[in-house]
Design a protein around this ligand. Structure first.
Ligand code: ADP
Ligand code: ASP
Ligand code: MG
Length: 406
């Protein structure tokens, strides 16, 4: 007898039939003697539909109202699941973000959870009911509805599991675990049985959207075991856990691609102390995260500085650099949005030499030119032409022998 948090993604609650299947699984888990807290996403496609509606009515819609709008998706699915559970004889209650006192900061559309008061949830469980919580949403200090960023109901679920000290946080989705690459890109990708928080965090950060980045951070911080699995089958999925001896430390655990990248090239920057500081301080002041940075060798006292940012922030980044450096200090500022980043991730890289070199060789053999490189202890990333992203992922996946043997 324990406490289990189960999160169901959009596809898993995408239709009345799917909701019935979820209700059956919840009832089964409860029948095994566990307390169950369910977290739901909006029905598949609903968040996109709502965002499009808001954007149709205003070029730059108010962020507070957009959060009030999109949060309705999860209100609908939590109520529908509770209706289904109650009708089938499993007592349940839906709860919205403010009702579980999911307190966040006030950063609309990308709020961060600050505290959760578990009293209302405990009360529901103590009465023998299933709590069905609307994921993705919270409430700020002023009582405004906030949302946690795309994919945020993963984070709602893990944060609730941490607050309630649940035995496990099960993430039910449309794949049966974490794969060596996005199975939509590599049909021969393999399911991984166990993976460390560190590797999962890199995979999520570098483009594997199966878990929201923040959810892995919270799980790692509080030691919440995550089990990613399919709502369409009973197969064991992938357990995300602390690194331990039982974890095989493979050299490359997975390959990812991130399309949300853009390159900003600042030409002819006067090469003198303080110029990099001026550029990157100005970007940081406006909360723009910079990923890769390259500075060329200077020629005649001038150099080129290239950096990458999220595609949606590229225009803003260009304007900020324009404002930060007087035109006498630099030449033209160019934007290249036609890029993507491919990465390999694995704990075993710490102790294996030559992994990066092998990645560059595999990309070369696939005819892919590398525009920028960044590395950490457990990953190597290359910025490449967007049009070659899929071929590059497949070449790396095959080259590092990650697929099913044919
Ligand atoms: P949900 O709506 O359940 O939250 P998501 O669409 O957010 O589902 O996440 C699941 C999807 O993540 C899968 O359908 C898959 O295409 C994609 N994905 C990307 N990389 C991976 C990976 N390495 N392993 C598994 N799934 C991945
Ligand atoms: N419904 C939200 C989204 O589509 C949150 C989630 O699915 O986790 O991003
Ligand atoms: Mg998701």
């Amino acid at each position: 007898m324990g406490l289990i948090v189960q999160k169901y993604g959009g596809t898993s609650v995408g239709s009345p039939d799917r909701i019935r299947a979820v209700a059956e699984r919840v009832a089964r888990t409860r029948g095994e003697g566990h307390d169950v807290v369910v977290v739901v996403s909006a029905m598949a496609g609903e968040t996109n539909r709502l965002l499009a509606l808001g954007r149709e009515l205003a070029a730059a819609p108010d962020a507070r109202e957009m959060d009030a709008l999109v949060a309705t998706g999860e209100q609908v699915s939590s109520a529908l699941l509770s209706i289904t559970l109650n009708a089938a004889g499993t007592p349940a209650r839906s709860l919205l973000g403010h009702q579980v006192r999911m307190r966040t900061d006030g950063a609309f559309t990308k709020a961060r959870i600050q505290t959760i008061d578990d009293a209302s949830l405990r009360e529901v469980l103590d009465r023998g009911r299933v709590a069905v919580v609307a994921g993705f949403q919270g409430v700020d200090a002023a009582g405004n509805i906030t949302t946690l960023g795309r994919g945020g109901s993963d984070t709602s679920a893990v944060a609730l599991a941490a607050a309630l000290e649940a035995d496990v946080c099960e993430i039910y989705t449309d794949v049966d675990g974490v794969y060596t690459a996005d199975p939509r890109i590599c049909p021969d990708a393999r399911k991984v049985d166990r993976i460390s928080y560190e590797e999962m965090l890199e995979l999520a950060s570098l483009g594997a959207k199966v878990l929201q980045i923040r959810s892995v951070e919270v799980a790692m911080k509080f030691g919440v075991p995550i089990h990613v699995r399919s709502s369409f089958s009973d197969a064991e999925g992938t357990v995300v856990t602390r690194e331990d001896d039982a974890l095989e430390s493979v050299v490359v655990a997975g390959v990812t691609k991130n399309d949300d990248e853009a390159r900003v090239i600042v030409r002819g920057v006067i090469d003198q102390p303080g110029l990099a500081a001026s550029i990157f301080e100005a970007l940081a002041a406006d909360n723009i995260s910079v990923d890769m940075i390259i500075q060329n060798v200077s020629e005649d006292g001038r150099t080129d500085v290239t950096f990458t940012v999220a595609d949606g922030e590229a225009e803003q980044a260009r304007e900020i650099v324009e404002g930060a450096l007087a035109s006498s200090q630099r030449g033209a500022i160019l934007l290249d949005r036609d890029v993507c980043k491919v990465s390999i991730v694995g704990l075993g890289m710490r102790s294996h030499a030559g992994v990066a070199a092998k990645m560059f060789r595999l990309l070369a053999e696939a005819g892919v030119n590398i525009q920028a490189i960044s590395t950490s202890e457990i990953k190597v990333s290359c910025l490449i032409d967007a049009g070659q992203g899929v071929d590059a992922v497949r070449a790396l996946h095959t080259g590092f022998s990650l697929g099913h043997p044919q």
